[in-house]
Design a binder for this molecule. Structure first.
Ligand code: UDP
Ligand code: MG
Length: 311
């Protein structure tokens, strides 16, 4: 590895993937050789319990462009990508899964698309080689996310993607948020697109995600939409809901006040109970909004702008 910055950084999260890594690195090497670009590979061992990191060490001795990071325990794919993004120094960053389901031969096409003026190019596993259930839940996931985010992608969660450095430096990655990198980038104003890529069935090892990926995915979508809606403060959002409860609650109360003042008995009646529930809900939502404002105000000042490119 020379001490100048490489053109391309390839980031590979790997959790118990020792069998696939040698072939993967060899294929990345072949793919990049035809491109006349300098390249580095960062393999992030996400707390594997097999010999993944030993294999990374051997590979780094064989190829001087291979680097590795080993996590103390399993932190998840998003954390592994975040560590790779922090370590990568290339202007263009490629991510790909370690399990050989993504084809390194797609790297030139991804890079070309970035260079035609995009900030993020997502792979689209058009002819997908996963189980029936996974393929179809994934279709629903992609449809819901497209609608919610306002960005039509067929495949948000493909491991194979290319990014301009500005994007990898600006995404928030924790938990399972890796599914929403294109969504976050789009909402941040970056230019996002997709190209069809080849997908292969898993040969070695097994999938790391079970059926709760779907529930987690939907919950994360809510978080992502909420956190990336800069411009609206929390009180604006929660306060609005609060006011929507407060106004009808107060009107009903006012009605009963007049009713009582004109000499009628009040008694407990459903409508009166409903009005009090509305008022309670309003107090809840408005206090929640204020609390959220406190959290935001106490947070370290964050960058309020994102730069796409600097020359
Ligand atoms: N992965 C990881 N940490 C985890 C789970 C997965 O680094 O906790 C890696 C895994 O090694 C693989 C990629 O993320 O390189 C995608 O995982 P997997 O192939 O299991 O997902 P699938 O293809 O079944 O959606
Ligand atoms: Mg896989």
């Amino acid at each position: 590895m020379s001490d100048t910055r490489p053109d391309i950084s390839v980031v590979v999260p790997a959790f118990n993937e020792y069998e696939s890594l040698p072939e993967l690195v060899e294929r990345i090497d072949t793919a990049v050789q035809g491109m006349n670009r300098t390249c580095e590979v960062w393999i992030i061992d996400d707390g594997s319990t097999d010999s993944t990191f030993e294999v990374v060490e051997q590979l780094s001795q064989k190829y001087n462009f291979v680097h590795g990071i080993s996590f103390a325990r399993n932190f998840g794919k998003a954390a592994a990508l975040a560590a790779g993004f922090d370590a990568a120094s290339g202007e263009i960053v490629i991510t790909m899964d370690a399990d050989l389901q993504d084809d390194p031969a797609e790297i030139p096409a991804l890079v070309a698309k970035i260079e035609s003026g995009y900030d993020l190019v997502s792979g689209w596993k058009k002819d997908r080689k996963d189980s029936f259930i996974k393929n179809n839940t994934s279709k629903i996931f992609n449809f819901v996310t497209s609608k919610a985010v306002g960005l039509r992608l067929h495949d948000f969660n493909c491991g194979l993607k290319a990014y301009r450095r500005a994007v990898t430096q600006s995404v928030r990655l924790y938990g399972e948020m890796h599914r929403y990198i294109p969504a976050q980038a789009h909402r941040n104003g970056f230019r996002v697109t997709e190209i069809p890529v080849k997908h292969c069935a898993r040969i070695h090892g097994e999938t790391k995600y079970g059926s709760n990926r779907f529930v987690n995915g939907l919950l994360d979508l809510m978080t992502m939409l909420f956190l990336s809606s800069r411009g609206t403060s929390p009180l604006h959002m929660f306060g609005r809901i609060g006011v929507a409860f407060f106004v009808p609650g107060m009107l009903i109360n006012l009605y009963f006040l007049l009713y009582w003042m004109t000499g009628h008995g009040l008694h407990i009646r459903p409508l009166l109970l409903l009005a009090e529930v509305f008022i309670l809900m309003a107090v809840q939502f408005i206090s929640l909004g204020l609390l959220a404002e406190l959290v935001v105000a106490g947070r370290n000042p964050e960058r309020e702008y994102l730069v796409r490119k600097q020359i």
